[in-house]
Design a protein around this ligand. Structure first.
Ligand code: GLA
Length: 328
């Protein structure tokens, strides 16, 4: 199948470029406080580059995004072993996850693009066929909405999210420290040193992880990094409601509101980016973008107390996330 790019645009000067490789968002242009378009996502030069090595820039990760501890889980009494592509653990669907697949474009116009992909039974050792549909809609209210639908004729597990790295000053800005972040969550899933949940929750109040009151990302990032050696934020917040996060940066005046029906959101501050990936004329560095990956909790398949990622014939994976942009 051919690798291609597509454009979405609206009446208010927003413009989004996407590719059928991993449903990758290559650029996302939003008018800033002066009405000048700024590209607010880190991205690569061209669609083909998304097939190569990078840090999941803008793509959909799956079949199960985030981590599965020790690459192991059981479903219906049967044990499955997955690739350990993140130290001893499984990350973002394995060696060749959904981010590296060339998706079919079912329909495309200026306001909407529908991607689909059929993941065969046994792909990356996951059981059951999974048919996935991912729709990006750009509205005239400057909202980019992502709808996910994944269906199986049998039984499997699924946890899809988009892995865009944002920088609301522009993809070429130095870092994210000046972004004022608010996350609507009182706790996160406590993790061990491999970033695998222990099953307990960690109350954020009074810690560097508390974003209930708006706070600059740079304010406590070093203190957060010290807690479990993550290099910054890389944690799944347990959301209090559908309005998950609001991020604003005074320099451009751009504000982004994230809304979802998912119970969790991984806030990742681009800790592993290390100057090895170049795109759009920029060599990306540590903390040059942040991700807000709405999702079920990490390793949820191995945690009976967490919301279930099991998908059956009668229970598809159906969820949405939207990113709304305005200027302050
Ligand atoms: C996620 C993870 C991070 C890292 C990135 C990809 O956000 O939580 O630990 O693996 O993806 O670099």
């Amino acid at each position: 199948m051919q690798v291609k790019t597509y454009e979405l645009s609206n009446a208010n000067g927003m413009n989004v470029t996407v590719t059928n490789v991993g449903c990758g968002i290559i650029s996302l242009k939003v008018p800033d406080k002066n009405g000048t378009p700024r590209d607010v996502v880190l991205g690569l030069d061209k669609a083909e580059d998304y097939l190569g090595k990078h840090y999941y820039f803008g793509v959909i990760v799956g079949r199960v995004g985030n981590r599965i501890g020790y690459g192991r889980f059981a479903l219906d009494g049967k044990e499955y072993r997955l690739a350990k592509n993140d130290g001893g653990h499984h990350l973002h669907g394995g060696i060749e996850g959904f981010d590296k697949k060339i998706w079919t474009v079912e329909e495309a116009d200026a306001g909407k693009i529908v991607f689909s992909y059929v993941s065969p039974d046994g792909e990356e050792n996951y059981p059951g066929q999974l048919t996935v549909r991912c729709t990006y809609t750009l509205t005239d209210c400057n909202t980019l909405r992502i709808d996910y639908l994944a269906e199986t004729p049998t039984q499997t597990i699924c946890n899809l999210t988009n892995h865009s790295y944002f920088n609301l000053e522009g993809f070429d800005a130095k870092d994210i420290y000046g972004h004022v972040m608010q996350i609507n969550a009182d706790k996160l899933t406590a993790v061990d040193e491999g970033l695998i949940p222990t099953g307990e929750y960690y109350a954020v109040e009074g810690t560097p992880f508390d974003f209930n009151a708006p706070k600059a990302i740079g304010c406590d990032i070093e203190a957060a990094a010290a807690v479990n050696d993550t290099g910054g934020y890389d944690h799944c917040y347990v959301l209090n409601g559908q309005e998950a996060a609001v991020v604003y940066v005074p320099e451009s005046g751009i504000k982004m509101t994230v809304t979802t029906d998912m119970p969790g959101m991984q806030f990742y501050s681009g800790n592993f980016i290390n100057g090895s990936v170049t795109g759009k004329g920029i060599t990306y560095q540590k903390h040059s973008g942040f991700c807000l990956e709405t999702q079920l909790y990490p390793d949820t398949v191995n945690q009976p107390g967490f919301p279930s990622c099991v998908v059956t014939k009668d229970k598809p994976f159906k969820t949405f996330t939207s990113f709304r942009f305005c200027v302050n």
